[in-house]
Design a protein around this ligand. Structure first.
Ligand SMILES: [Zn+2]
Length: 64
């Protein structure tokens, strides 16, 4: 895994409230989940573990 530390990455954990709706990616499985503002971060939808969610809407790798 590349640990690119630029700006302040928004990282949220399972159980926290979603403050910014959008696409999030679980750190454990890279599963993408779209979350609304009033939701809370779920467990990973693939492995069901408590996980960390990263905002996925600024993935530079996906720049087309
Ligand atoms: Zn997982």
């Amino acid at each position: 895994m590349s640990s690119k530390v630029k700006n302040k990455e928004k990282v949220m954990k399972t159980g926290q409230d979603v403050s910014v709706p959008g696409l999030y990616v679980s750190e454990c499985c890279n599963v993408e989940v779209e979350l609304d503002k009033d939701a809370s971060f779920p467990r990973c939808s693939r492995c069901s573990a408590l996980t960390v969610w990263e905002m996925g809407d600024d993935l530079e790798e996906l720049a087309a």
